[in-house]
Design a protein around this ligand. Structure first.
Ligand code: ADP
Ligand code: GLC
Length: 493
């Protein structure tokens, strides 16, 4: 099959979160299974600056864009995956984050930027760019690609589309004036299409018009059909339940492997776990914290946003520190959360290490050096850090939601006995429930033999991409054979 995989970020070219990890590794896993999958992302300044070899493959004249858009072609670094970059300098050649300005507010022209990206994806998919390659399937990811399925639906004999929801909280909502300014078909402004409570919704394009919807864990696929997690889209998602599947993300164990990780001081594996203690010591020194081997070191690596439940950690902090524990945090985002963490660090310089910012090598070192990983998310479509933590022998404490529920096995008398326990889970998104799970973790930490078992079981878990890639390929095949005539569906909407 010819598959065009469209995403707004892909590791190692550009990354703000887990979407980049997925887009940088799933296409590779699918290519390994002998499918012609090609990746397309915007040519952000940060991507071009890396100086990877690319060639000019085509010029596209797109409606509403003054200059022709250049399509550059290369390979995803470290792989054979063909990479297309949508080079439209007015929209993507700028400093900083792909979605937000320095103050954290969205770029004011985001609707235009990602509509240009969607138009380019559509053009490549149907070979309007004259590349001599046409997609059978277009695999879209998150709201930034949400206009591609409706564009395909307007095109006779178009490729099929899959839309993956990585996070329903980000929907790409804009007002009528913005919609009108983009020159999109006016009949899209309808409740059955892209209009959502008097706003223009990019994500609805994917949710309504794709042939199949996926999300990144089976539990999240169920959760988004409820009021609590559905953001008002649960009705639509329930309507589409027969074409909505949860496929758990994998992880790239060539990047996240304590046995061969260039970013950690001392490599280790299940049989040389004693080296983990050396990584812990080096990590404490890196953060200027006193080295105390017998004291548990908790860690957080996260975008600092409401989703991640960082406020719950701040609430339990006094109790955690009273137990003598230490904490290191790596993250950036919400200015109030950043300030609260800074204050906590200033008040507890012996116990808390903090790095506000984005630092990939440090993220690896933290995974290797910490004892316990905290992920008390209010919702978590999949979550990758808890899976990295398992492989690094860093026991996760997680809220039982989304992918966290699907990847971490709570420690109970039974799961200890049958040797399946890998972490600690709690249900209620509130500080007392988190504290109860943390207390259980502390209790087991003080029993070194039991702790060792937990670590070893975690390190044995295999969440490699191969299985998930197989699921996606099966789904692509199924969609192609059972294809609903989407064009007809679109006109009756
Ligand atoms: P999300 O996509 O919601 O942010 P995930 O757990 O799926 O959550 O993925 C987060 C990814 O981003 C992980 O690879 C994690 O290591 C990385 N990450 C998050 N914040 C930082 C940071 N401040 N520095 C380095 N890596 C980070
Ligand atoms: C989103 C989700 C996260 C998921 C990632 C990759 O950013 O918040 O849970 O792991 O996408 O699918």
């Amino acid at each position: 099959m010819n598959i065009l995989f469209a995403s707004s970020e892909a590791h190692p070219l550009i990354k703000t979160g887990g979407l980049a990890d997925v887009s940088g590794s799933l296409p590779r896993a699918i290519l390994n299974q002998h499918q012609d999958i090609r990746l397309i992302i915007p040519a952000y300044r940060q991507v071009l600056k890396q100086g990877n070899r690319v060639e000019l493959a085509a010029y596209l004249d797109l409606p509403g864009v003054d200059e022709p858009v250049r399509i550059l072609c290369g390979r995803l670094p470290g792989s054979k995956v063909v990479l297309y970059l949508v080079d439209s300098p007015a929209h993507f050649d700028r400093e900083g984050n792909p979605y937000t300005m320095d103050d954290g507010d969205p770029w004011p022209d985001n609707a235009l930027r990602f509509s240009v990206f969607c138009r380019a994806v559509h053009a490549i998919a149907v070979d309007a760019a004259g590349l001599g390659w046409r997609a059978d399937i277009v695999h879209c990811n998150d709201w930034q690609t949400g206009l591609v399925p409706p564009m395909l639906a307007e095109t006779p004999h178009s490729p099929a589309s899959i839309f993956t929801i990585h996070n329903l909280a980000y929907q790409g909502l804009f007002d009528w004036d913005t919609f009108e300014s983009l020159g999109l078909p006016l009949h899209w402004w309808s409740m059955e299409a892209l209009e959502f409570h008097d706003q223009f919704s990019f994500i609805k394009g994917g949710l309504v018009f794709s042939d199949w919807l996926t999300t990144v864990s089976p539990t999240y696929a169920r959760e988004i059909r409820t009021r609590t997690y559905g953001y008002g889209l649960e009705g639509l998602l329930n309507h589409r339940m027969d074409t909505l599947t949860g496929i758990l993300n994998g992880v790239d164990y060539t990047v996240w492997n304590p046995g061969g990780d260039p970013h950690i001081p001392v490599p280790y594996n299940r049989r040389s776990l004693f080296h983990k203690a050396e990584n812990k010591r080096a990590l404490l020194e890196r953060f200027g914290l006193p080295v105390k081997d017998a004291v548990p070191l908790f860690a957080i690596i996260s975008r600092l946003v409401g989703q991640k439940g960082i406020d719950l950690v701040l609430e339990i902090l006094p109790m955690l520190l009273q137990q003598g524990a230490q904490l290191v945090v790596l993250g950036s985002g919400d200015k109030l959360l950043e300030a609260a963490l800074r204050k906590a660090r200033t008040q507890n310089p012996e116990s808390i290490g903090l790095h506000i910012g984005y630092d990939e090598p440090l993220a690896h070192h933290i995974e290797a050096g910490a004892d316990v990983f905290l992920m008390p998310s209010r919702f978590e479509p999949c979550g990758l850090n808890q899976i990295y933590s398992l492989r690094y022998g860093t026991v996760p404490v997680v809220r039982r939601t989304g992918g966290l529920a699907d990847t971490v096995v709570d420690t109970t008398a039974e799961t200890l006995a049958d040797k399946t326990a890998t972490g600690f889970c709690f249900d209620t998104p509130a500080a007392p429930a988190l504290w109860e799970a943390v207390e259980r973790a502390l209790h087991h930490y003080r029993a070194p033999e039991r702790w060792q078992h937990l670590i070893e079981t975690g390190m044995r878990q295999d969440f490699s991409w191969r299985r998930s890639a197989e699921h996606y390929i099966e789904l692509y095949e199924r969609v192609l054979t059972q294809r609903q005539p989407v064009t007809r569906q679109a006109t009756t909407l």
